[in-house]
Design a protein around this ligand. Structure first.
Ligand SMILES: Cc1cc2nc3c(=O)[nH]c(=O)nc-3n(C[C@H](O)[C@H](O)[C@H](O)COP(=O)(O)OP(=O)(O)OC[C@H]3O[C@@H](n4cnc5c(N)ncnc54)[C@H](O)[C@@H]3O)c2cc1C
Length: 471
């Protein structure tokens, strides 16, 4: 959906003229769109909202943009509601969608447990955004197509948002929703468009051969997309740990978790969870139910771990954890297993070293030697972490408005989205979504992003309009 032009810059001038509070959201991926919805539904007094992103349309970022992700989302409908306190909202939207209902009759009366294509989730998010907007005649929204390259305090504690080539008036509040950064095919500050993750090499092997780096959802996405579009060459997946996403269960896997207190030491916690999974399987439940239950404890567990153990988790266990939490719908998992069994797709465990003109070099797991792999194409599908070296993040850190979390995975962020520096929150500045990955487990997933966006919106309502109650 392209909304550029729907909301004119005149709104901006009007907001300034009437002294209406101005809020900037940087990034229009899922987190940015979610933040906009949460603000429009929560903050009951007039405001001007400006959404920055170099994407020319409201693309939905990595989760929703069609060029970047799989046809089928890997979360069930029950976990994708964008409405606070109403987990059935997406299901209700699907039930009221006649074309969807007639296409998926078997799931009537409810769709809570099914997996849907991302295009449908995307339609749902945009419709809720449009509805929230059309119900608010008292606010103005402006879409700006610039990359934000800096942020600093201006007069009266307000924020100066620096975007390439444009001078913006001061903002009362800023929300960072920059996720995994600018997508590869988006130019930064006027740079030419490039696709740095893909390298084509001179053909040295008789059959087409593509290497995909990584083993998470993006790899599976790309692999299945290539096969769907007719690619029948050899595909090699090169991954350090080699943990591919596990499968969802056919049934709903409602969360379960042992009632006993959890141990405080990382290795004992791992034993505890492993035993809980075994017990669940033995009693006819699934380990997936335990992983779903664990998510409810993840935040307090993470907070309680000393920094050294967090680092240990990050180095040795995160890939394993990710492969068990980011699961594939059963049908896709079966396809992946078939791909591997047929031999046309190979999983190689090892450390990717560098690209070469003819492919890449890697150090296979457990070996000292270096191996050269010939490939026509090497595509980087590894899980990214937020980039802390961008001009925007650097400007925040330099100005003392933000600091990296203790693992350096992202910025130090509270559950409410407030940024914190040495334990003190930064007034008027929030970060929603994956930027908080080192502070808040699972903050890269839809339910956690939704919760955080509403918490941040409540924070805005309370901070700027203390006399008003949020609805
Ligand atoms: C293939 C795939 C499938 C997924 N499936 C699911 C699922 O089924 N369930 C689930 O819960 N989660 C899923 N996720 C994860 C989750 O949805 C993502 O974590 C989510 O997309 C994060 O969105 P985001 O908006 O924070 O970040 P992004 O998608 O990275 O968007 C960030 C946006 O910010 C913009 N931006 C960055 N820097 C600047 C700047 N300086 N100035 C202006 N704009 C900027 C970028 O251009 C981009 O548009 C999936 C993710 C992927 C990739």
């Amino acid at each position: 959906m392209t909304v550029q032009g729907f909301f004119s810059a005149k709104a901006n001038a009007a907001a300034q003229a009437y002294g209406i509070p101005r809020i900037a959201v940087i990034g229009r991926g899922f987190s940015g769109m979610m933040m906009a919805i949460a603000l429009m539904k929560t903050v009951r007094t007039p405001f001007h909202l400006q959404l920055f992103d170099p994407n020319s349309s409201v693309s939905g970022g990595q989760a929703l943009a069609s060029g970047h992700s799989s046809e089928i989302l890997n979360s069930r409908v029950r976990d994708l509601s964008v409405s606070a306190g109403d987990p059935d909202d997406f299901n209700d939207w699907l039930c009221s969608n006649a074309p969807f209902r007639s296409a998926v009759p078997a799931a009537i009366p409810g769709f809570l447990q099914i997996f849907v294509p991302k295009s449908i989730f995307s339609d749902y998010v945009y419709q809720r955004f449009s509805e929230a907007l059309s119900s608010r005649r008292d606010i103005t929204v402006q879409v700006s197509g610039e990359t934000v390259v800096g942020l600093r305090r201006g007069r009266g504690g307000r924020f100066f948002v620096e975007s390439a080539g444009v001078s913006n008036p001061l903002f009362d509040m800023v929300v960072l929703a920059t996720g995994y950064g600018i997508a590869d095919d988006q130019p930064q500050s006027g740079e030419p468009v490039a696709t740095p993750t893909t390298v084509r090499a001179r053909r040295l092997v008789s059959r087409p051969h593509t290497v995909l780096l990584g083993s998470g959802l993006r790899v599976v996405d790309r692999l299945l997309q290539m096969r769907d579009s007719g690619y029948d060459g050899q595909i090699t997946l090169v991954s350090r740990r080699g943990f591919l996403p596990q499968s969802h269960t056919r049934s709903n896997a409602d969360p379960v978790f042992p009632a006993e207190a959890m141990p405080s030491n990382l290795s004992e916690i791992v034993h505890f969870i492993r035993a809980a999974c075994e017990n669940a399987e033995a009693s006819g439940q699934s380990w997936q139910s335990v992983m779903n239950g664990l998510r409810k404890h993840a935040r307090s567990l993470w907070r309680s771990l000393p920094a050294g153990q967090k680092q240990q988790f990050n180095r040795h266990l995160r890939a394993l954890y990710d492969s068990h939490r980011n699961r594939l719908p059963e049908a896709l998992h079966v396809r992946l297993q078939q791909e591997l069994a047929e031999g046309n797709t190979l999983l190689r465990r090892g450390h990717f070293l560098r690209r070469t003109p003819t492919g890449l070099t890697m150090r296979p797991a457990g070996q000292q030697g270096i191996e050269q792999i010939y490939a026509d194409e090497v595509i980087d599908c590894r899980c990214q972490a937020p980039d802390l070296t961008t001009p925007l993040t650097q400007s925040l850190i330099d100005a003392g408005l933000a600091m990296p979390d203790e693992l350096g995975l992202g910025l130090a962020v509270e559950a409410t989205g407030a940024l914190s520096v040495d334990g003190r929150t930064t007034d008027g500045l929030f970060a929603v979504g994956p930027l908080g990955l080192g502070s808040l487990p699972d903050i890269d997933l839809v339910p956690e992003i939704v919760m955080q966006a509403y918490a941040a919106a409540e924070g805005v309502a309370a901070r700027f309009y203390p006399q008003c109650k949020a609805v």
